[in-house]
Design a protein around this ligand. Structure first.
Ligand SMILES: Nc1ncnc2c1ncn2[C@@H]1O[C@H](COP(=O)(O)OP(=O)(O)OP(=O)(O)O)[C@@H](O)[C@H]1O
Length: 262
């Protein structure tokens, strides 16, 4: 996947003064004889600067929802609006293996036509935001899994998109590394005033990071419940308040899984 195609396309429009992301009655039925109804009437807003986490059983349409928000795919019903550009970050870092960390991060700037000296200087700044300035010249295979995800995060930031769409970005990392990346993402989100839609299977991670956790049902995906997270920041994943709310959401998630046999 190229960076260009990972950024918002047709779905992007200016929604000044309104939500950063607005899904109104959004449905998605995939084509084909037995076309799956992946999403059914999803209405969901993310305010500018809000961190919204999406949880749900496997196959409930979380990735479909992010694809629609990014403009990579189109809904079959309802409307999707995003104020400004949206940038995608996946569990698979999708870095170019033949490019150094700094060249990977500079790629979105290169695609925008930013001159070499300028884009490399900027890319180094994004790398330092994720504490990787000393690894700028390494190629992806010379970095740990956590470092590669940091490079991917820096590259996502380099798109300068105000909206980040994150599809289980830390799902493959060990708990310790994930903890560090939670701290870094939270600090970047806060200092840059980003709006984040963050998909995860990990309910604790959702409560650790989110201002709000949205629970989706499976097949078709619908919004079952929304949980504002009132636990003050900074939070730790092992905080009792995080665990308590995560427990409550997990009970509701289990009910959904049982209901749909997913
Ligand atoms: N391109 C496609 N063509 C047909 N069906 C699809 C396509 N993409 C997804 N689906 C179906 O749509 C439903 C939702 O898929 P999606 O990947 O959005 O769910 P998810 O919640 O992200 O899943 P997971 O948690 O397992 O990653 C699934 O039943 C899936 O099989």
């Amino acid at each position: 996947m190229t960076i260009a195609s990972s950024r918002a396309g047709a779905a992007t429009e200016d929604t000044k003064g309104g939500p950063a992301v607005a899904l109104r009655g959004v449905s998605k039925r995939y084509a084909g004889e037995n076309g799956v109804l992946a999403l059914d009437g999803i209405t969901l807003d993310a305010a500018p600067g809000e961190f919204v986490c999406l949880v749900g059983a496997s196959g409930c349409g979380k990735s479909t929802l992010l694809n629609l928000a990014s403009g990579l795919d189109e809904p079959t019903g309802g409307t999707v609006s995003v104020a400004g550009d949206a940038a995608f970050m996946f569990q698979d870092h999708a870095l170019f293996p033949w490019l150094s960390a700094v060249d990977n991060v500079a790629m979105p700037l290169r695609l925008k036509g930013v001159r070499k000296q300028e884009r490399l200087a900027e890319a180094r700044e994004y790398l330092s935001a994720v504490h990787l300035e000393e690894f700028a010249d390494r190629r992806p295979h010379e970095l740990s899994g956590g470092m590669r995800q940091r490079v991917a995060l820096a590259r996502t930031l380099a798109t300068q998109a105000p909206v980040l769409l994150m599809d289980e970005p830390f799902g493959a990392l060990d708990a310790m590394t994930r903890d560090l990346l939670h701290d870094e993402l939270e600090s970047i989100w806060r200092t840059r005033g980003l709006t984040v839609l963050f998909v995860t299977h990990n309910v604790r991670e959702a409560v650790r990071l989110g201002d709000r956790v949205v629970l989706l049902s499976s097949r078709p995906g619908r919004v079952v419940a929304e949980y504002p997270v009132d636990v003050p920041r900074p939070r730790r994943i092992e905080d009792p308040d995080v665990a308590a709310l995560a427990g409550e959401i997990t009970v509701a998630l289990r009910k959904e899984v049982a209901r749909h046999g997913a």
